[in-house]
Design a protein around this ligand. Structure first.
Ligand code: ATP
Ligand code: MG
Length: 180
């Protein structure tokens, strides 16, 4: 599985619709301070279901919507689509290419789509859980995360191994079943 393409409109500093093609050989994003490099990783986190505004460096979820600049007025919604190559079938779906879309409006309404069809956040979370790319996964290591892992309690550190070993999905389902 690999990231093929990221399409962004209205997310943080990206007012214009942009598309980033991660063609083979792309290993880094470079640019001046404040040019939007971290906003690209925020967009990937967000489309995969991140619910914490703080970990997206905002105070509330609305802060991900383009807030306007001197030359451009604010937008009413943000949308991110991530396209993945799934020809190795790491994601358990028959599709060779998977696209995930998330949209949020200032009103607070939001949409999630899988292959351009409306779905629930849960469908996205479950599809990516244990794939190494989910919201709880460690494919994105943010600043400070390494220290946090090293300083965490043994049981918290265990969760990292459980995600890696692929048992987190079953644990969460068990917990849900017990509450019913
Ligand atoms: P550095 O090299 O300092 O890490 P960077 O390239 O990672 O910089 P980002 O943090 O991705 O930069 O982008 C920061 C820019 O995004 C700031 O100019 C900020 O004003 C802008 N920004 C963040 N949220 C919004 C928003 N909702 N609307 C408009 N601009 C935004
Ligand atoms: Mg940055």
């Amino acid at each position: 599985m690999f990231l093929k393409r990221l399409e962004i409109v209205g997310f943080k500093s990206f007012a214009e619709r942009i598309a980033v093609d991660f063609v083979p050989g792309v290993t880094a994003v470079v640019g001046p301070n404040g040019s939007g490099k971290s906003n690209i990783t925020d967009a990937i986190r967000w489309v995969l279901g991140e619910q914490s505004a703080k970990s997206l460096r905002g105070a509330k979820m609305e802060d991900v919507i383009f807030a306007g600049s001197a030359s451009r007025k604010a937008l009413n919604f943000a949308e991110v689509t991530l396209v993945l190559d799934n020809s190795d079938q790491l994601l358990q779906t028959e599709y060779e290419e998977v696209s995930v879309t998330r949209r949020v409006y200032r009103s607070g309404d939001s949409d999630y789509l899988l292959n351009r069809q409306n779905c629930r956040l849960k469908d996205i979370t479950e599809l990516f859980m244990d794939s190494g790319l989910g919201k709880e996964a460690f494919s994105i290591i943010s600043q400070g995360k390494v220290d946090e892992i090293l300083n965490s309690k043994a049981e918290d550190r265990r969760a990292i191994f459980e995600e890696t070993a692929g048992v987190l999905k079953y644990k969460q389902r068990k917990k849900k079943a017990e509450f019913k």
